[in-house]
Design a protein around this ligand. Structure first.
Ligand SMILES: *[C@@H]1O[C@H](CO)[C@@H](O)[C@H](O)[C@H]1NC(C)=O
Ligand SMILES: *[C@@H]1O[C@H](CO)[C@@H](O)[C@H](O)[C@H]1NC(C)=O
Length: 265
C-alpha cells in the first residue's frame, strides 16, 4: 500500500515535471535564426540522438521581446521545427538581474512567452541571473510559471541560472527543476573549480565556454563529459568558442557535434 501510494505520488509528479535519468544537453540558443542553417547543428543533433534529452533556451532578445508580442516569423518557423522532436524541451529566457529587475517586468515576460501560439510555444522558463537572498521574488516567479496555462504544453518547466559561488547553498533547488552553473571561462578555470559541490546533481547543470587552448583536445572534451555524466549532472553544454573573441552562445562551436556525441555515448 505504501509502495502504491508512493508510486502514485511519483506519477502525479511526473505528470507535471518530467524527470530524466541521464545527463542531457542544455543549449543556450541565443542566436537569431536568420535562415534554418543557423539552428541546423541542433536540428541534426536532435535527429541523430532521439533518446538524448535536450533543454533548449529560446532567447529572442534577452527575453521574449515586447510585452504580449509574438516572436519574429523566423523564430516561429524554426521553433516549429524544433518542436517536431520529442527530445527537445524548450524554455524561454527571462532576465532577473540578480534579483533586482522589477517583478512586474519578469512576470510580464513569463506571460508573453505563455501567449505565444501553441504551434511555436515553449515548455517553461529559464531564469537567468538568479541570486540567493531573493526567495520571495523567485518563489513568485516559479509559482507564476507553474500556474500559467502554456498552450499545447503540460510541462511548466522552471530552470534557473546562478553564479558558481551559490552552488552549495542555494534555496532554489526547491523551486526549480534545473539549476545551472556557468563555469568560469577556460577549461583551466573549470578545473580550479573542481570538484564541483553536488548538493542535488540530478537538478544541476554545467555550462563551460572557452573550452579551448593548449592541451585541450577531443580526448579532453570526452573525458570532461564522462566525468560530468558520472557525477550525475542533469545536463551540460560545452563550447570551444572563446569569450574573449566572440559571443559564445551566438553560434555553435566547431566541437558541438563531438560534444553531443560524447554526452550521448
Ligand atoms: C581566447 O582569446 C584570447 C584573445 O584572442 C586569447 O588571448 C586567449 O589565449 C584565448 N583563450 C584560450 C583559452 O585559448
Ligand atoms: C575531433 O572531432 C571532430 C568531430 O568528430 C573531428 O572532425 C576532428 O577531426 C577531431 N579532431 C581530432 C584532433 O581528432
Amino acid at each position: 500500500m505504501f509502495l502504491l501510494t508512493t508510486l502514485c505520488a511519483l506519477f502525479a509528479l511526473l505528470a507535471v515535471v518530467p524527470v530524466y535519468a541521464t545527463t542531457g544537453v542544455i543549449v543556450p540558443l541565443y542566436q537569431f535564426p536568420v535562415t534554418s542553417a543557423n539552428w541546423a547543428p541542433l536540428e541534426t543533433a536532435l535527429s541523430t540522438f532521439p533518446s538524448l534529452q535536450f533543454y533548449v533556451i529560446i532567447n529572442p532578445n534577452s527575453g521574449p521581446g515586447d510585452a504580449d508580442s509574438q516572436p519574429d516569423p523566423a523564430y516561429q518557423t524554426n521553433i516549429q521545427t524544433l518542436r517536431t522532436h520529442s527530445n527537445a524541451l524548450l524554455v524561454g529566457y527571462v532576465l532577473t538581474g540578480f534579483g533586482t529587475r522589477a517583478s512586474a517586468d519578469v512576470l510580464q515576460d513569463i506571460q508573453t512567452y505563455a501567449g505565444w501560439d501553441a504551434s511555436y510555444g515553449v515548455d517553461g522558463i529559464f531564469f537567468d541571473q538568479t541570486m540567493a537572498g531573493f526567495d520571495a521574488e523567485y518563489t513568485s516567479y516559479s509559482d507564476a510559471v507553474r500556474s500559467t496555462a502554456w498552450p499545447g504544453r503540460a510541462t511548466r518547466y522552471v530552470c534557473d541560472h546562478e553564479p558558481w559561488e551559490n552552488i552549495g547553498n542555494s534555496d532554489y533547488y526547491a523551486l526549480a527543476d534545473r539549476d545551472t552553473r556557468d563555469a568560469a571561462q577556460t577549461y583551466a578555470e573549470f578545473q580550479q573549480e573542481s570538484p564541483i559541490p553536488l548538493p542535488h546533481p540530478a537538478q544541476q547543470s554545467v555550462i563551460i565556454h572557452t573550452f579551448t587552448g593548449a592541451g585541450v583536445s577531443n580526448q579532453t572534451l570526452s573525458s570532461v563529459v564522462t566525468s560530468l555524466k558520472s557525477s550525475g549532472f542533469a545536463s551540460t553544454y560545452i563550447t570551444n568558442l572563446n569569450i574573449s573573441e566572440t559571443d559564445v552562445y551566438a553560434n555553435f562551436g566547431s566541437d558541438f557535434a563531438e560534444f553531443v556525441a560524447d554526452v550521448a555515448a
